[in-house]
Design a protein around this ligand. Structure first.
Ligand code: COI
Length: 360
Protein backbone atom coordinates (compact mmCIF):
# COMPACT_ATOMS: atom_id res chain seq x y z
CA UNK A 1 0.00 0.00 0.00
CA UNK A 2 2.76 2.42 0.99
CA UNK A 3 4.82 1.62 -2.08
CA UNK A 4 1.97 2.91 -4.26
CA UNK A 5 1.44 6.05 -2.29
CA UNK A 6 0.78 8.89 -4.68
CA UNK A 7 0.44 12.54 -3.95
CA UNK A 8 -2.19 14.78 -5.52
CA UNK A 9 -1.34 18.39 -6.25
CA UNK A 10 -3.70 21.29 -5.69
CA UNK A 11 -1.85 24.51 -6.40
CA UNK A 12 -2.52 28.02 -5.19
CA UNK A 13 -3.05 30.24 -8.25
CA UNK A 14 -0.08 32.57 -8.70
CA UNK A 15 -2.19 35.70 -8.13
CA UNK A 16 -3.29 34.33 -4.74
CA UNK A 17 0.20 33.49 -3.51
CA UNK A 18 1.36 35.37 -0.42
CA UNK A 19 4.01 38.06 -0.45
CA UNK A 20 7.31 36.75 0.93
CA UNK A 21 8.41 38.29 4.24
CA UNK A 22 11.60 40.32 4.67
CA UNK A 23 14.36 37.71 5.09
CA UNK A 24 16.19 39.81 7.64
CA UNK A 25 13.17 40.09 9.95
CA UNK A 26 11.72 36.59 9.88
CA UNK A 27 11.60 35.78 13.58
CA UNK A 28 10.42 32.25 14.29
CA UNK A 29 7.18 30.52 13.30
CA UNK A 30 5.34 33.65 12.17
CA UNK A 31 5.07 33.15 8.41
CA UNK A 32 3.78 30.16 6.47
CA UNK A 33 4.30 29.22 2.84
CA UNK A 34 1.52 28.83 0.30
CA UNK A 35 1.30 25.03 0.35
CA UNK A 36 1.31 22.15 2.80
CA UNK A 37 1.33 18.36 2.68
CA UNK A 38 -1.64 16.45 4.08
CA UNK A 39 -2.52 12.78 4.31
CA UNK A 40 -4.98 10.70 6.30
CA UNK A 41 -4.92 7.34 8.04
CA UNK A 42 -7.57 4.84 8.97
CA UNK A 43 -7.50 1.14 9.74
CA UNK A 44 -8.90 0.06 6.39
CA UNK A 45 -6.91 2.25 4.03
CA UNK A 46 -3.74 2.93 6.02
CA UNK A 47 -2.19 6.21 4.85
CA UNK A 48 -4.22 7.57 1.95
CA UNK A 49 -5.50 10.75 0.30
CA UNK A 50 -2.07 12.32 0.32
CA UNK A 51 -1.99 15.72 -1.27
CA UNK A 52 0.04 18.85 -1.57
CA UNK A 53 -2.55 21.56 -1.19
CA UNK A 54 -2.90 25.20 -0.15
CA UNK A 55 -1.87 25.93 3.48
CA UNK A 56 -5.37 26.09 4.92
CA UNK A 57 -7.63 25.97 7.96
CA UNK A 58 -8.81 22.54 9.04
CA UNK A 59 -12.42 21.59 9.43
CA UNK A 60 -12.44 19.27 12.47
CA UNK A 61 -15.17 18.06 14.77
CA UNK A 62 -14.79 19.73 18.20
CA UNK A 63 -14.89 16.21 19.65
CA UNK A 64 -11.72 15.26 17.73
CA UNK A 65 -9.58 13.32 20.17
CA UNK A 66 -6.52 15.50 19.71
CA UNK A 67 -8.34 18.36 21.43
CA UNK A 68 -9.21 16.28 24.49
CA UNK A 69 -6.54 13.70 25.13
CA UNK A 70 -3.54 15.24 23.42
CA UNK A 71 -2.66 12.54 20.90
CA UNK A 72 -0.42 14.85 18.89
CA UNK A 73 3.19 14.43 17.85
CA UNK A 74 5.46 16.61 15.76
CA UNK A 75 8.97 17.12 14.48
CA UNK A 76 11.16 20.10 13.69
CA UNK A 77 13.59 20.11 10.80
CA UNK A 78 14.99 22.64 8.36
CA UNK A 79 15.73 23.07 4.65
CA UNK A 80 18.83 25.17 3.95
CA UNK A 81 19.77 27.16 0.88
CA UNK A 82 23.45 26.51 0.34
CA UNK A 83 26.31 26.77 -2.06
CA UNK A 84 25.20 27.28 -5.70
CA UNK A 85 21.61 27.63 -4.50
CA UNK A 86 21.37 23.93 -3.73
CA UNK A 87 18.71 23.00 -1.17
CA UNK A 88 19.73 20.65 1.62
CA UNK A 89 18.00 18.77 4.42
CA UNK A 90 19.86 17.77 7.57
CA UNK A 91 19.41 14.17 8.77
CA UNK A 92 15.74 14.11 7.64
CA UNK A 93 15.40 10.34 8.02
CA UNK A 94 16.44 10.63 11.65
CA UNK A 95 13.60 13.08 12.23
CA UNK A 96 11.02 10.79 10.64
CA UNK A 97 12.40 7.76 12.51
CA UNK A 98 12.12 9.74 15.73
CA UNK A 99 8.56 10.63 14.77
CA UNK A 100 7.85 6.93 14.37
CA UNK A 101 9.27 6.32 17.84
CA UNK A 102 6.94 9.05 19.14
CA UNK A 103 4.05 7.45 17.21
CA UNK A 104 4.70 4.07 18.81
CA UNK A 105 4.69 5.54 22.33
CA UNK A 106 1.53 7.56 21.64
CA UNK A 107 -0.36 4.64 19.98
CA UNK A 108 -0.35 6.37 16.60
CA UNK A 109 0.41 4.85 13.16
CA UNK A 110 3.90 4.59 11.70
CA UNK A 111 4.83 6.83 8.82
CA UNK A 112 6.19 5.39 5.59
CA UNK A 113 9.49 7.28 5.91
CA UNK A 114 10.76 7.00 2.33
CA UNK A 115 7.44 8.02 0.84
CA UNK A 116 6.97 10.90 3.23
CA UNK A 117 10.45 12.10 2.39
CA UNK A 118 9.64 11.90 -1.32
CA UNK A 119 6.50 13.96 -0.81
CA UNK A 120 8.37 16.45 1.36
CA UNK A 121 10.95 16.92 -1.38
CA UNK A 122 8.14 17.60 -3.87
CA UNK A 123 6.63 20.15 -1.47
CA UNK A 124 10.00 21.83 -1.00
CA UNK A 125 10.51 22.02 -4.74
CA UNK A 126 7.13 23.71 -5.13
CA UNK A 127 7.97 26.14 -2.31
CA UNK A 128 11.59 26.70 -3.30
CA UNK A 129 11.21 30.48 -3.55
CA UNK A 130 10.34 30.51 0.16
CA UNK A 131 13.68 29.03 1.24
CA UNK A 132 15.61 32.05 2.50
CA UNK A 133 19.16 32.84 1.48
CA UNK A 134 19.89 35.31 4.30
CA UNK A 135 22.58 34.30 6.77
CA UNK A 136 21.14 32.38 9.74
CA UNK A 137 17.78 31.90 7.98
CA UNK A 138 16.23 28.65 6.77
CA UNK A 139 12.88 27.05 6.00
CA UNK A 140 11.56 25.38 9.14
CA UNK A 141 9.60 22.19 8.47
CA UNK A 142 6.95 21.09 10.93
CA UNK A 143 5.63 17.54 10.34
CA UNK A 144 2.68 16.91 12.66
CA UNK A 145 0.30 14.02 13.37
CA UNK A 146 -3.04 14.40 15.15
CA UNK A 147 -5.85 12.10 16.29
CA UNK A 148 -9.14 12.99 14.62
CA UNK A 149 -11.79 10.47 15.80
CA UNK A 150 -14.76 12.46 17.12
CA UNK A 151 -15.05 10.49 20.36
CA UNK A 152 -14.91 11.29 24.07
CA UNK A 153 -13.97 7.89 25.50
CA UNK A 154 -10.31 7.50 26.42
CA UNK A 155 -8.63 5.16 23.93
CA UNK A 156 -6.33 5.60 20.93
CA UNK A 157 -8.04 7.25 17.98
CA UNK A 158 -8.68 5.10 14.92
CA UNK A 159 -8.18 7.93 12.43
CA UNK A 160 -5.27 10.37 12.06
CA UNK A 161 -4.12 13.24 9.92
CA UNK A 162 -0.49 13.86 9.11
CA UNK A 163 0.55 17.20 7.70
CA UNK A 164 3.66 19.22 7.02
CA UNK A 165 3.68 22.99 7.12
CA UNK A 166 6.62 25.22 6.23
CA UNK A 167 7.78 28.46 7.78
CA UNK A 168 10.74 30.65 6.77
CA UNK A 169 12.61 31.41 10.00
CA UNK A 170 15.50 33.31 11.48
CA UNK A 171 16.82 32.79 15.01
CA UNK A 172 14.49 31.10 17.52
CA UNK A 173 15.42 33.33 20.43
CA UNK A 174 15.17 37.11 20.33
CA UNK A 175 18.81 37.10 21.48
CA UNK A 176 19.84 35.47 18.16
CA UNK A 177 23.21 33.85 18.81
CA UNK A 178 23.88 36.11 21.80
CA UNK A 179 23.92 34.37 25.19
CA UNK A 180 20.57 33.55 26.77
CA UNK A 181 19.65 33.81 30.44
CA UNK A 182 18.22 30.60 31.84
CA UNK A 183 16.03 30.05 34.87
CA UNK A 184 16.56 26.77 36.72
CA UNK A 185 13.30 25.37 38.03
CA UNK A 186 13.53 23.54 41.35
CA UNK A 187 9.76 23.43 41.77
CA UNK A 188 8.10 22.19 38.58
CA UNK A 189 9.35 19.38 36.37
CA UNK A 190 9.00 18.76 32.66
CA UNK A 191 8.83 14.98 32.51
CA UNK A 192 9.27 11.82 34.53
CA UNK A 193 11.29 8.78 33.59
CA UNK A 194 8.93 6.21 32.12
CA UNK A 195 6.62 8.99 30.94
CA UNK A 196 6.73 10.70 27.56
CA UNK A 197 9.56 13.20 28.03
CA UNK A 198 11.60 11.41 25.38
CA UNK A 199 8.95 11.70 22.68
CA UNK A 200 8.00 14.81 20.80
CA UNK A 201 4.41 15.11 21.89
CA UNK A 202 2.47 18.34 22.28
CA UNK A 203 1.68 17.84 25.98
CA UNK A 204 5.34 18.10 26.98
CA UNK A 205 5.35 21.65 25.67
CA UNK A 206 2.02 22.51 27.31
CA UNK A 207 3.44 21.25 30.61
CA UNK A 208 6.38 23.62 30.28
CA UNK A 209 4.39 26.81 29.72
CA UNK A 210 3.57 27.83 33.27
CA UNK A 211 7.17 27.77 34.47
CA UNK A 212 8.36 29.35 31.21
CA UNK A 213 6.04 32.27 31.95
CA UNK A 214 7.47 32.58 35.46
CA UNK A 215 10.95 32.62 33.93
CA UNK A 216 9.97 35.21 31.30
CA UNK A 217 8.45 37.50 33.92
CA UNK A 218 11.72 37.34 35.83
CA UNK A 219 13.59 38.32 32.64
CA UNK A 220 14.80 34.86 31.62
CA UNK A 221 14.68 33.30 28.17
CA UNK A 222 13.95 29.71 29.06
CA UNK A 223 13.76 27.13 31.83
CA UNK A 224 16.39 24.54 32.64
CA UNK A 225 14.53 21.50 33.94
CA UNK A 226 15.81 19.20 36.66
CA UNK A 227 14.91 15.53 37.16
CA UNK A 228 11.46 14.77 38.55
CA UNK A 229 12.56 12.59 41.51
CA UNK A 230 15.27 14.54 43.29
CA UNK A 231 15.05 17.92 41.52
CA UNK A 232 18.80 17.65 41.35
CA UNK A 233 20.05 16.37 37.99
CA UNK A 234 20.00 18.54 34.91
CA UNK A 235 17.64 17.36 32.15
CA UNK A 236 17.07 19.75 29.23
CA UNK A 237 15.82 23.21 28.35
CA UNK A 238 12.54 22.05 26.75
CA UNK A 239 13.21 23.73 23.44
CA UNK A 240 16.75 22.35 23.37
CA UNK A 241 19.17 19.89 24.96
CA UNK A 242 21.86 21.29 27.23
CA UNK A 243 25.67 21.03 27.20
CA UNK A 244 28.33 22.15 29.69
CA UNK A 245 32.03 22.53 28.98
CA UNK A 246 33.61 21.72 32.30
CA UNK A 247 37.39 21.41 32.61
CA UNK A 248 37.64 20.88 28.84
CA UNK A 249 35.11 18.07 28.87
CA UNK A 250 31.84 18.56 26.99
CA UNK A 251 29.10 17.08 29.15
CA UNK A 252 25.43 16.50 28.36
CA UNK A 253 22.83 14.52 30.32
CA UNK A 254 22.29 10.93 29.09
CA UNK A 255 19.17 9.82 27.23
CA UNK A 256 17.56 8.27 30.27
CA UNK A 257 13.98 8.33 28.97
CA UNK A 258 12.85 11.73 30.19
CA UNK A 259 14.71 13.99 27.76
CA UNK A 260 14.36 14.37 24.01
CA UNK A 261 16.94 12.48 21.93
CA UNK A 262 17.92 15.60 20.01
CA UNK A 263 19.36 15.20 16.53
CA UNK A 264 21.38 18.39 16.99
CA UNK A 265 22.51 16.99 20.36
CA UNK A 266 23.81 13.85 18.66
CA UNK A 267 25.42 15.89 15.86
CA UNK A 268 27.19 18.16 18.36
CA UNK A 269 28.58 15.16 20.26
CA UNK A 270 29.91 13.63 17.04
CA UNK A 271 31.26 16.90 15.62
CA UNK A 272 33.02 17.82 18.88
CA UNK A 273 34.51 14.31 19.16
CA UNK A 274 35.79 14.55 15.59
CA UNK A 275 37.64 17.72 16.65
CA UNK A 276 39.26 15.86 19.54
CA UNK A 277 37.04 17.36 22.24
CA UNK A 278 36.48 14.98 25.14
CA UNK A 279 32.74 14.32 25.53
CA UNK A 280 30.62 12.61 28.18
CA UNK A 281 26.95 11.70 28.39
CA UNK A 282 26.47 11.55 32.11
CA UNK A 283 24.21 12.72 34.87
CA UNK A 284 25.24 16.13 36.09
CA UNK A 285 23.78 17.64 39.24
CA UNK A 286 22.86 21.32 39.29
CA UNK A 287 25.09 21.69 42.38
CA UNK A 288 28.06 20.47 40.36
CA UNK A 289 27.31 22.97 37.57
CA UNK A 290 26.92 25.88 40.01
CA UNK A 291 30.01 24.98 42.04
CA UNK A 292 32.02 24.75 38.82
CA UNK A 293 30.69 28.13 37.72
CA UNK A 294 31.80 29.67 41.02
CA UNK A 295 35.31 28.27 41.05
CA UNK A 296 35.93 28.94 37.35
CA UNK A 297 35.89 25.33 36.11
CA UNK A 298 32.70 25.80 34.10
CA UNK A 299 33.91 27.27 30.83
CA UNK A 300 30.73 27.30 28.72
CA UNK A 301 27.11 26.22 28.58
CA UNK A 302 24.85 26.07 25.54
CA UNK A 303 21.60 24.60 24.31
CA UNK A 304 21.22 22.63 21.08
CA UNK A 305 18.17 22.04 18.91
CA UNK A 306 16.85 22.34 15.38
CA UNK A 307 15.14 25.64 16.10
CA UNK A 308 17.70 26.89 18.62
CA UNK A 309 20.76 25.56 16.66
CA UNK A 310 23.48 26.33 19.25
CA UNK A 311 22.29 28.81 21.81
CA UNK A 312 24.91 29.96 24.32
CA UNK A 313 23.89 30.33 27.96
CA UNK A 314 25.37 33.39 29.65
CA UNK A 315 23.61 33.18 32.99
CA UNK A 316 21.78 30.69 35.21
CA UNK A 317 19.36 31.71 37.93
CA UNK A 318 18.80 29.17 40.69
CA UNK A 319 16.98 29.82 43.96
CA UNK A 320 17.26 33.60 43.52
CA UNK A 321 21.00 33.51 42.92
CA UNK A 322 22.63 34.44 39.65
CA UNK A 323 25.54 32.47 38.22
CA UNK A 324 27.39 33.95 35.26
CA UNK A 325 28.99 31.66 32.72
CA UNK A 326 32.02 32.80 30.73
CA UNK A 327 31.30 36.38 31.91
CA UNK A 328 27.99 36.24 30.08
CA UNK A 329 29.78 35.85 26.74
CA UNK A 330 29.53 33.25 23.98
CA UNK A 331 32.34 30.75 24.43
CA UNK A 332 34.76 29.63 21.71
CA UNK A 333 33.44 26.06 21.54
CA UNK A 334 29.80 27.19 21.14
CA UNK A 335 30.98 29.61 18.44
CA UNK A 336 32.95 26.90 16.63
CA UNK A 337 30.06 24.42 16.81
CA UNK A 338 27.58 27.03 15.58
CA UNK A 339 29.76 27.94 12.61
CA UNK A 340 30.82 24.34 11.90
CA UNK A 341 27.33 22.88 12.05
CA UNK A 342 25.84 25.60 9.90
CA UNK A 343 28.62 25.22 7.34
CA UNK A 344 27.77 21.51 7.02
CA UNK A 345 24.03 22.20 6.95
CA UNK A 346 24.41 24.74 4.15
CA UNK A 347 26.86 22.57 2.22
CA UNK A 348 29.80 24.98 2.59
CA UNK A 349 31.95 22.46 4.47
CA UNK A 350 32.61 18.82 3.78
CA UNK A 351 30.10 16.48 5.41
CA UNK A 352 32.15 13.52 6.62
CA UNK A 353 29.16 12.18 8.56
CA UNK A 354 26.87 12.12 5.48
CA UNK A 355 24.23 14.06 7.38
CA UNK A 356 22.97 16.28 4.59
CA UNK A 357 20.58 15.22 1.84
CA UNK A 358 20.40 17.29 -1.30
CA UNK A 359 16.75 18.00 -2.15
CA UNK A 360 17.43 19.49 -5.60
C1 COI B 1 12.79 22.25 17.31
O1 COI B 1 13.91 22.55 17.70
O2 COI B 1 12.56 22.04 16.12
C2 COI B 1 11.67 22.14 18.23
O3 COI B 1 10.77 21.40 17.93
C3 COI B 1 11.65 22.98 19.43
C4 COI B 1 10.51 23.86 19.42
C5 COI B 1 9.35 23.49 20.18
C6 COI B 1 10.54 25.13 18.74
Amino acid sequence: MWENLEVALEKVPREKMKAKPDQDKLGFGLHFTDHMLLMKWDRVNGWHDSKICPHQDFHLDPASMVFHYGQAIFEGMKAYRGKDDQILLFRPKDNFERMNASALRMCMPRLPVDNVLKMLRALLYLEREWIPAAEGASLYIRPTMIAVDPYLGVRPSETYWFYVILSPVGAYYAEGFSPTRIYVSDEHVRAVRGGVGNVKTAGNYAASLFTSQVAKKAGYTQVLWLDACEHRYVEEVGTSNIFFLLENELITPPLGGSILPGITRDSVLKLAESWGVKTAERQIAIDEVLAASQDGRLQEAFGTGTAAVISPVGELMYRDRIYQINNGQTGPLAQRLFTGLQAIQHGYDADPFKWTMRVF
